[in-house]
Design a protein around this ligand. Sequence first.
Ligand code: TTP
Ligand code: MG
Length: 616
Amino acid sequence: MDVILDIPKRHDDRIILHFDYDCFYAAVVEAERPEIKEMSLPLAVQQKQIIVTCNYEARRRGLKKLQLISEAKRICPDLIIVLGEDLTRFRDASKKLYGFLQQFTWNRRAERLGFDEVFLDVTEVINENLKLLNSNNLRSSFFHLSQKDPLEGFTYDAATICGHTYYPEQGKAPNLLDDLLLQRLIIGSHLAQHIRCSLESSHGYTATAGVSTSKLLSKLVGNVNKPNGQTTLLPPYTGLEPALCVPARFLAAFDIGSVPGIGFKTSHKLRKHVLQTEPKYDESLIYGGTLESVSVRDVRDSPGMGVKLLSQILGGHGSSHNIGGRVWNLLWGVDNSNVTETRSVPRQISIEDSYLRLDNEMQVKQEFRTLATSLLRRMHTDLLEEHDNGLLEAGPDGPQKRWIAWPRSIRLSTRPRPPVGPDGTRARSFARISRSAPLPSFMLNLSTPAKDIVERLILEIIWPMFKRLHPEKQGWDLSLVNLGVTNMDEGAVNATDSRVDIGTLLRRQEGVGKEWRVEDKDVPPDFTDEPLVPSKGVNEGCMVKDEAEHQDFEAVPGKLGIPLVNAVTEDDNDSDWEFSDANTNLSTATPCPVCGSFIPIFAAAAHERFHVFGDG
Ligand code: TTP
Ligand code: MG
């Protein structure tokens, strides 16, 4: 009975759609080279020695995601292989498609998850269309897409769900004609179909969609029919004994590690609790590789299970607030988290790269040059807009531009490599250290050539910051460097709207810099994701805790602790919702601290990229 009393309350007043683009990276390449699709040629995208994805023609011939290039070529000798190290085209495509999808919400709630997934909260659209239904003639309904133009929309059959449905006993769904939730889901399913068709006709991308009342359920149910399909989770969601409601039944058989929001560490503790012993991992499997599967049902049904026990199992040092309650909700398919609102500018932009060895001044300065040049380019792409009021300075070679937001701080982070121990091995360290400084106003100057800005930035800001971050006399060896701009101020839009010229804007920036001066302190090492092998002797005794900066620091997504080469990150998403469902047999795997997937060493860099989010 305890369990029943503990059942969390579900808010089913929303309709959430989840979209996952099919074979995303390959689709981006196909969009650039239409002949590949027209001629049904097999295509794969390569990073390092693996293919990170391939198109459906290649999959039809037996290729899989995260396969070794050599193996892929053996299986499919005429495979077209495109290098995917440079993420620019994928990021740009992701941004463009997100811009397209977000138009379909009326409440601005459109959230990107990684490069190739998007949640839309379409509650208002659905509720309005529900009001306008003529119950005597559901089959000839008109779907209103716009609040302003009553003619914008399409005709549809509001008596029938569009696409696939999920019900635990397929074909035995109860007759729910009067069910209001079902009616809203039906309307949602037609919108999902309309959006998928529009995405394909206007941009050439197919996507898979899920329709339900939360991010959790829409994402999971969407996966049921891939590719180019859509699935709606049928009611009843409430009103029955909790374990009989469809969401709870849908979730029951999932492996605990595959529930979005339940990360590797959490699922490990839950497995251990249920099995009453240390779980064994099957290293021959990359994804979800446990020898003993522990399902959601196993956890739910284990004796005494509830919020209190979960808090005991999962709580403790470093655990997130109310973790017991949050996980208990997820186990019952309850996720009341909101789809976040569209942001016009990213919270921060950062660029990073990792290295097998980086230990001399010349190399470090050269890396700073590369990173700072990319960072400046990204700032221009993301934070400038074209403007023609004649008051602002023109860019060196194009239309006049203005800053729609400017960052107030610049931050340098590094990950020092631990020294080799007496036994000749090196501990793996994932700890980063950081310093921040006010952003110098010359970084916002559009008439100075980028090269000059970068050189001045290194000389006056980055190198002095680096020296303070690394005063070690014996030198240093870095495995990662990250350069970012943070503390985004969106007031610039208002400033320019009220006809402030660039000089004033820059002077204002100086003022803001002073006002907002971030104390130039060291940041504590980032141990939020515990190292798989504890690192010893690094970062000892030099750290001063700075709460605000630490929080900012935690938002950096590239902190996965797996070897990473050439990764570029732009952070603008704080969701902890990442997982993948691929299944590949490869040995020598290591668990990814973000999603718990077992990743072979050679695929780790590519996999880390997969977790790296695009900006807004
Ligand atoms: P996915 O959505 O997992 O894959 P996909 O879109 O290619 O295929 P599907 O039709 O099954 O959804 O990942 C999105 C993109 O992320 C993918 O196209 C390539 C990239 N990626 C990596 O770079 N590294 C990884 O480890 C994985 C899994 C994906
Ligand atoms: Mg995808």
